[in-house]
Design a protein around this ligand. Sequence first.
Ligand code: PAF
Length: 283
Amino acid sequence: MSALPVDTTVSMLRMSLRTARYEKDYIGFVPTMGALHAGHAALVRAAKAQTAFVVVSVFVNPTQFGPKEDFAKYPRTLEADTKLCAEAGADLIFAPAVEEMYPLMPPLTTVDVSSLGDHLCGASRPGHFRGVCTVVLKLLNIVQPSFAFFGSKDYQQAAIIRRMVRDLNVNVGIEVVPTVREPDGLALSSRNRYLSASERAVAPGIYAALQATRARAATVRAVPALEAELRAALSAIPGARVDYASVVDADTLQPLAELDRPAVAAVAVFLGTTRLIDNVALP
Ligand code: PAF
């Protein structure tokens, strides 16, 4: 194990942060579920560039998984995660057990960011964003950072969290860091490790389809036409099953008829049993 300290209880973390807050001023926070990769390292580096002391949480949050989802098999790789965080410049890991985060399960107090959370990923993963918002708010209350860092691959998650902190006056700046990709375009994700060799070979088709949509958006302004082309391109990937392929308002995430404001093309695609998400901004 690397020299990076790992706190496992809320009281240990609060103790560690008391000194850091006094000596270091700004605290940066990167919430994760572990199984860290270069995308997470980019979040830690962004946090370190902006703040003096960086906390990374590693917690596979049960309340954001549906009953048939991969909570039990989600990869747990704390030793490798600690090493990656140390190399990227983090100062402290917070890795609580489920009982530490949720002494009373299920929590009776939860957070819903209504209209932002009930479509796109929220439609096929009911309750997912309630689980995300509830744990992120708990973590923000525990760490009390000046800034928290999220990846733009999880576009809807970042939009929802931004809105949550605004609505609830949480005193934190939300920073969204660009998606990190493999050389062939596949967005880095902890779930990429579930892909078989043949699924991995076709997975870059997801980003290729999104890039084609971005190029088409220069001339085609009708959103239903763009969405139909995007869905067709994704469906042509061998073995792919499209969960959604949508072009939505970049801020409200609501459906659009015309590209008359900043928009984002967002997709979720199953390759075998692995669900991958990605998105691009449209001009
Ligand atoms: O993006 C993630 O890894 C998770 O949704 C988060 C923000 C750590 C909450 O569990």
